[in-house]
Design a protein around this ligand. Structure first.
Ligand code: CAA
Ligand code: NAD
Length: 296
């Protein structure tokens, strides 16, 4: 049972990338009021377009035979959505939850949370969507760690049912329960995770994706054969290279480099030259039109 004082209705999402826009979409579809904070007006406009496209897709699925119902559904969801380009423009006194979904960089995330902590009310919960940092590293300088947790959504958020709900050493039971109910309200299945590197999924998935790249670097198999073999041989919906491109190679590189720095002796997390080269060329995967594969 969620304490009424921790019911989550007003949410601020910081980040207009793949994850920020996906989380915003599912939240507004569930009747949650959302303010998305982006760095520029252009990013906010592009995110609104992306969310509108996702909503139209959901609406089509829900109301296949009524264009009118589809447009009502999209309009109703969009009426729950606002944008801001500065934290200072957000009325944080009304926010129940802030979800951080910005670049996978520890210092940038730490700075954001320390800025947010100065402006939110005491009851406001903070959550990070980090893929690879431990909560204790992000929150070490925060004074209210009991209100801090990990909400690790999966990409694409509208389609992926899982949220890893990560409990830090200091996260309060009340906050954890409120977030559990929030995930369920969004139609997601939360799983309980401890504050360990990569939580559950990424601790298993990322070494596997790195192994696939090393297989190509050694000349043991071709990219297209690895993707086909993985899909047909295991039933995965995407092969490792399709998935790497889907996640974003810049995000993957941030994850791998961070783990390598923290575990230099562990070969599992050794950097991959082929991925580093693509990132240096701006080929970041599906989001830029090219990564290991090309998209039109
Ligand atoms: N917006 C709205 N809905 C979407 C969507 C989007 N962007 N993408 C997919 N969907 C919905 C579709 O509407 C559809 O719903 P219904 O079944 O109810 O009709 C469903 O998702 C499947 O979509 P499609 O049939 O169009 O697509 P598909 O069958 O080709 O599947 C996919 C697409 C869901 C992306 C599938 O290929 C897949 O599951 N791929 C693997 C994705 C994955 O592993 N993600 C995890 C990445 S790791 C991560 O996220 C963690 C990290 O920290 C890096
Ligand atoms: P993205 O590249 O699509 O978006 C990154 C966002 O961060 C953009 O809005 C960008 O404007 C913003 N940003 C970049 N530098 C910034 C800075 N210095 N200050 C403030 N904002 C900045 O990335 P994404 O895929 O949405 O990832 C966001 C977070 O979610 C990361 O922590 C990532 O690890 C995590 N995540 C990613 C996936 C995935 O599959 N891509 C899945 C789960 C979690």
């Amino acid at each position: 049972m969620v304490n009424e004082s921790l019911k989550i209705q007003n949410v601020v999402i910081v980040g207009t990338g793949l994850m920020g826009s996906g989380i915003a979409q599912v939240a507004i579809e569930s009747g949650v009021n959302v303010i998305v904070v982006g760095r520029t007006q252009e990013k906010c406009i592009a995110t609104k377009t992306k969310i509108s496209t996702g909503l139209a897709r959901s609406a089509k699925r829900k109301f296949a035979d009524s264009a009118e119902n589809q447009s009502q559904y999209v309009e109703a969801a969009l009426s729950n959505l606002k944008f801001a380009t500065e934290l200072a423009d957000v009325n944080f006194s009304e926010s129940d939850l802030v979800i951080e979904a910005i670049v996978e960089n520890l210092k940038v995330k730490q700075k954001l949370f320390s800025d947010i902590e100065k402006v939110v009310s005491k009851k406001c919960i903070f959550a990070t969507n980090t893929s690879s940092f431990q909560l204790k590293d992000i929150s070490s300088k925060l004074s209210r760690q009991d209100n801090f947790a990990g909400l690790h959504f999966f990409n694409p958020v509208p389609a992926m049912k899982l949220v890893e709900l990560v409990r830090g050493d200091e996260t309060s039971e009340e906050v954890y329960n409120a977030l559990f109910s929030f995930c369920q309200r969004l139609g997601k299945t939360p799983v309980r995770c401890k504050d360990t590197p990569g939580f559950i999924v990424n601790r298993l998935l990322i070494p596997n994706l790195l192994d696939a790249m090393k297989m190509v670097e050694r000349g043991d198999a071709e990219i297209s054969d690895i993707d086909t073999a993985t899909k047909l041989g295991t039933g995965y919906p995407m092969g490792p290279f399709e998935l790497l491109d889907y996640i974003g190679l810049d995000t993957m590189k941030f994850i791998v480099d961070g783990w390598h720095q923290r575990n230099p002796e562990d070969d599992k997390f050794a950097p991959c030259e082929m991925m580093d080269k693509l990132v240096s060329e701006g080929k970041l995967g599906k989001k830029t039109g090219e990564g290991f594969l090309k998209y039109n």
